[in-house]
Design a protein around this ligand. Structure first.
Ligand SMILES: Nc1ncnc2c1ncn2[C@@H]1O[C@H](COP(=O)(O)OP(=O)(O)OP(=O)(O)O)[C@@H](O)[C@H]1O
Ligand SMILES: [Mg+2]
Ligand SMILES: [Zn+2]
Length: 507
């Protein structure tokens, strides 16, 4: 019979459970000294060993020849429990037996001593699925169970359990398994299964599994199925639709060079290769984080995780630029998850913003622009060019700042800013373009003399600029009967976060 890897490699002793030593050591000790409690609650993230531990515990309390509290897995009790033929060990899946009747049956049964084994063990998995009345019935049994009964409740959703149940059990919290422990187990299982892991493959899988051993083993299986020879990180990336480091660092490099065409090409490639854009953004964020950490470590003469072939990308950015990119990526990801937008278009817009920081007026973007200017000045003065040259150069480099100041100056300060009076006419005018309409509706529109001010989130502003063409201008001209200047203003967020405040202070 074919068993998937994670089922085949279910741990069979407490010692085989990885990364939960804080739990297994206690359970083993209790079994060893015969001080087993009557009710346990195993909670925590999925795929971390709750059900496995419950089965091991059921065997350990009944084993005829336990070894330091571990079940022997060889005696008739262990074998009967493993094969599911032991009538004294009952596994109940609360997801499908959640009614009060099921629990009542259980309550009626509990009064009979075990027929063959030492203890009657009830494993109630997914216990949070029980109905309220089923919980109440269970509570009665948990209160005064006969001494030959052991309850083991398991759940991922501790918050959905009534406190009365929780307080009657010894509770163990199964934590996410750390990457190192997952890594080691993967190497072990691969060896037993004759799967050859290339350098870095186990690490990559462990990282992707995010603390779940079941996920780690499923990923290993998915990636090694049908592949011949060594399992490389490249195969893993291909099977799972992850972009390679190459792609990620080329994109970052294009961003630092402000090379929009190359950057767009890379986004197009990612899109065409049917890699998931959200996963790609996560990968980009991780790479940016690695670079930020590397930059800090280098100051102390240390090295981080960044591969040496990408150190040159690291040198292209100032820390402020990296923080800016990281904040844009974060925003992009949350936009994608909040709205059902075209992921590719959103990524393209964000990449353009990252390439051309002058498009954004956020404090982080300003800080990034200033730090870039400082870097250029430092290079110029280091190369011994005279001061005059530096000054003209820096003026040439900052037209956008001047332009935006001009914009402010052109706003007619003799007029007060008022909410745009005939906004419904504007809506009417652009109703042929529903996406422009919806983005404009998300914005605040003001009139100040001859200036129309559209205030919104940066993303909305970008979308209005892309969508509108001449339409918006025509709308205002026809509504007001005169020519106007349209300016955009990034709407202030209600609560500034700390980093923004400190950037503002510095500015
Ligand atoms: N701590 C661990 N050590 C070794 N293998 C583990 C561990 N946790 C999980 N596994 C592997 O994952 C599989 C599933 O584990 P298990 O059923 O115990 O997880 P669980 O915590 O009950 O998950 P769920 O919450 O989804 O029910 C096991 O068969 C085993 O292969
Ligand atoms: Mg389970
Ligand atoms: Zn045994």
């Amino acid at each position: 019979m074919y068993l998937s890897l994670y089922r085949k490699w279910r741990p069979r002793t407490f010692d085989e459970i990885c990364g939960q030593e804080h739990i297994t050591s206690i359970l083993r000790k209790q079994c060893d000294t015969n001080r087993v409690s009557h009710a346990y609650l195993f909670c925590g993230t999925r795929g971390t060993g709750k059900t496995s531990s419950a089965k091991i515990l059921a065997k350990a309390v009944n084993c005829e020849n336990p070894i330091n509290g571990n079940p022997c897995n060889n005696c008739s009790s262990c074998k009967a429990i493993d094969s599911g033929s032991a009538t004294d060990v009952l596994e109940i899946d609360a997801a499908s037996n959640n009614r009060v009747d099921n629990v009542r049956d259980l309550r009626d049964e509990v009064v009979y001593p075990p027929s063959v084994l030492k203890k009657r063990v009830y494993i109630i998995d997914e216990v949070h699925m029980l109905t309220d009345s089923a919980f109440n019935a269970l509570l009665k049994t948990l209160e005064e169970p006969p001494e030959y009964v052991v309850f083991i409740l398991a759940t991922t959703e501790i918050n959905e359990l009534p406190p009365t149940i929780i307080s009657r059990c010894i509770r163990f919290d199964f934590s996410r398994i750390d990457t190192e422990a997952v890594n080691k187990r993967l190497v072990y299982v691969a060896e037993q299964e004759d799967i050859h892991l290339a350098d870095g493959s186990a690490e990559l899988l462990a990282q992707l599994a995010d603390g779940s051993m079941r996920d780690a083993l499923s990923l290993l299986e998915a990636c090694s199925n049908g592949s011949v020879g060594e399992l490389t990180t490249e195969t893993i990336r291909n099977v799972l639709g992850l972009a390679g480091d190459e792609t990620i660092y080329s994109l970052l490099s294009a961003i630092s060079d402000k090379n929009v065409p190359v950057a767009m090409d890379i986004v197009e490639q990612v899109h065409r290769s049917s890699k998931d854009i959200s996963v790609f953004i996560d990968d980009l964020s991780l790479a940016v984080r690695d670079i930020i950490i590397e930059k800090q470590l280098v100051k102390f003469g240390k090295r981080g995780k960044l591969k040496s072939e990408y150190l040159n990308v690291c040198e292209k950015f100032t820390p402020e630029q990296l923080f800016y990119i990281s904040s844009v990526l974060e925003e992009t990801q949350s936009r994608i998850s909040r709205y059902s937008v075209n992921k590719r278009v959103v990524l393209e817009m964000s990449v353009i913003r990252m390439c051309d920081k002058t498009v954004s007026d956020s404090p982080k973007a300003l800080a990034a622009r200033i730090s870039e200017l400082e870097k250029r000045l430092a290079v110029l003065s280091a190369t011994g060019l005279n001061k005059n040259f530096i000054e003209t150069e820096s003026i040439v480099e900052t037209p956008e700042i001047i332009k935006s100041e001009e914009n402010v100056a052109t706003k007619d300060i003799s007029h007060e800013r008022i909410p745009f009076p005939n906004i419904s006419e504007i809506y009417e005018f652009i109703s042929d373009n529903p996406s422009l309409l919806s983005f404009l509706k998300k914005s605040k529109v003001y009139l100040q003399g001859d200036v129309v001010i559209i205030a919104s989130e940066q993303f909305t502003i970008d979308m209005i600029k892309i969508e509108s063409g001449n339409m918006l201008n025509d709308a205002f001209v026809s509504t007001l009967g005169k020519s106007v200047n349209i300016t955009f203003e990034e709407a202030k967020q209600e609560t500034k976060n700390e980093s923004q405040v400190s950037f503002m202070d510095e500015l």
